[in-house]
Design a protein around this ligand. Structure first.
Ligand SMILES: Cc1cc2nc3c(=O)[nH]c(=O)nc-3n(C[C@H](O)[C@H](O)[C@H](O)COP(=O)(O)OP(=O)(O)OC[C@H]3O[C@@H](n4cnc5c(N)ncnc54)[C@H](O)[C@@H]3O)c2cc1C
Ligand code: SF4
Ligand code: SF4
Length: 420
């Protein structure tokens, strides 16, 4: 291939030790079916050598790899030790509130490869159950994420927000695709959850958007995407065309699992169950069940989530960051009643954004923080078992589903997690 001619000329030339090439990321993560489609490798590559393969939605080399190693170093399934990016947990000072300090001061960061388990909710300045005071069409839970973005955009704190919106491709109904929303209308049209990954951080090449020369963006993403942002922000390598410098606010969606679009939506829902995807109004995972509703309110699917195991991203098993600990604000459904969102405000930037939106929100105490803690512990156990199984493929990946269900006792919420 023409682009690789220089590589051929370099054959036999001694290279510095310790270089990692894209092909190694490809072999160790992408071809090994461990990629979680966060887009970090695309965004971090200083020579813009990595793109997104149309057919698979996975990273691919689009021009010469220089062996800079950054794609491997910053990949959450590669060399990134993302838990090292988590800020220290915050003591709550309130006896009624679960402990949120670290369990081992000598080793301040939990290690997935050993050491004390992560504890508490991570760094939390304030925590609430909240919902948009005016119900927002299409919102997944309380519509808090959409309200936060509308308030920040309206106040001029941001110029846009990296979100997911429905694909306009007729062959991809109900597929979320990454998009930088720059108007209130676009933010509203992006409300709701898509249970597929979007290679979101690849969209930080902002050349397709009309934005000021020094844009300020919010990023809404699954925790792995926030890990990528945090890693890139904390190591200021040049990142080619991708404007990581523009990100001023990060909002993590709580997440234990995402899905492959084709496997879930096209094969499981459309082909096997005859769901008319064009008519779908909401997909939710609640009470350990996958629930798909048409826009007219009719329930198309209501089945145990375990029936959809095969469609989940395998790399998610290794992820231990359900709570999105690196974000400015984490938002999810577990821990609060239906129609409300659980909100963990983690940083000063998050607090400023939340304060900006207060007038648009109903806010009250978080209903059930223990439900969040339980699911976080379970998520970490899955991650640890998953890694153990790499060493011993016969080791059971055992999840106590009864315990999992008790995580939301007292609320009408169920986490997105698979019993197995
Ligand atoms: C894959 C996935 C798994 C999840 N798992 C859990 C879970 O286990 N437990 C839990 O409590 N909550 C989970 N959530 C979060 C939950 O579904 C809601 O997104 C959250 O409660 C916010 O609701 P809201 O009404 O405040 O947000 P909304 O106002 O509806 O806004 C949601 C925002 O998220 C953006 N978005 C939607 N899908 C994606 C995506 N795939 N990637 C990036 N951005 C996206 C939208 O564009 C929108 O801006 C998950 C979400 C996703 C996408
Ligand atoms: S997990 Fe993210 S960084 Fe790693 S290969 Fe996949 S898209 Fe790239
Ligand atoms: S489970 Fe982890 S790796 Fe998978 S989508 Fe969610 S945050 Fe990303």
């Amino acid at each position: 291939m023409k682009g690789f001619a220089i590589r051929e000329q370099m054959n036999g030339v001694e290279e510095p030790p310790g270089k990692t090439w894209f092909w190694e990321l490809e072999a160790g993560v992408i071809l090994a079916d461990r990629c979680v489609q966060c887009g970090t490798c695309v965004a971090v590559c200083p020579s813009n050598s990595i793109g997104v393969r149309d057919e698979t939605g996975l990273p691919q080399l689009v021009k010469m790899c220089t062996g800079c190693s950054l794609c491997w170093d910053f990949c959450p399934r590669g060399g990134l030790r993302y838990e090292a990016l988590w800020p220290p947990s915050t003591p709550s000072g309130d006896d009624d509130v679960p402990v949120v300090t670290r369990s081992d001061a000598a080793d301040p960061y939990w290690k997935i490869t050993g050491g004390p388990p992560g504890d508490g909710l991570g760094a939390v300045l304030e925590r609430y159950a909240a919902r948009a005071a005016k119900r927002l069409d299409g919102a997944q839970d309380g519509g808090v994420v959409t309200a936060l973005l509308l308030a920040a955009l309206g106040a001029g704190d941001i110029d846009g927000a990296l979100v997911s919106r429905p694909s306009t491709d007729r062959d991809e109904p109900w597929k979320g695709v990454a998009h930088v929303a720059t108007t209130p209308q676009e933010i509203l049209e992006s409300a709701g959850s898509f249970y597929n990954q979007t290679m979101a951080l690849a969209e930080l090449d902002l050349s397709a958007y009309e934005l000021p020369p020094r844009p300020r963006l919010a990023v809404v993403g699954t925790p792995c995407e926030i890990q990528g942002i945090r890693a890139m922000q904390s190591r200021r390598w040049p990142t080619g065309a991708h404007r990581v410098d523009a990100v001023v606010l990060t909002i993590a969606l709580l997440c234990t699992k995402s899905f492959d679009y084709e496997a879930l939506t096209l094969r499981e829902l459309h082909d096997k169950r005859g769901v008319d995807i064009e008519r779908v109004g909401k997909v939710d995972v609640i009470h350990g069940r996958m629930i798909v509703e048409y826009r007219d309110g009719t329930v198309a699917v209501d089945e145990p989530i375990k029936d959809f195991h095969g469609a989940a991203l395998k790399g998610c098993d290794e992820c231990a960051d359900f709570l999105g600990r690196g974000a400015d604000i984490s938002v999810g459904s577990v821990g609060s009643m239906a129609g409300w969102s659980s909100v963990l405000v983690r940083t000063e930037a998050g607090l400023a954004a939340f304060d900006r939106a207060r007038g648009r929100l109903d806010v009250r105490d978080l209903d059930d923080p223990e439900a969040l803690l339980k699911l976080d512990r379970l998520d970490k156990r899955v991650a640890e078992r998953s890694l153990q199984r790499k060493l011993d493929p016969d080791a059971p990946l055992f999840i106590d589903y009864a315990e999992h269900l008790s995580a939301y006792a007292g609320t009408d919420r169920a986490p997105v997690v698979l019993d197995r």
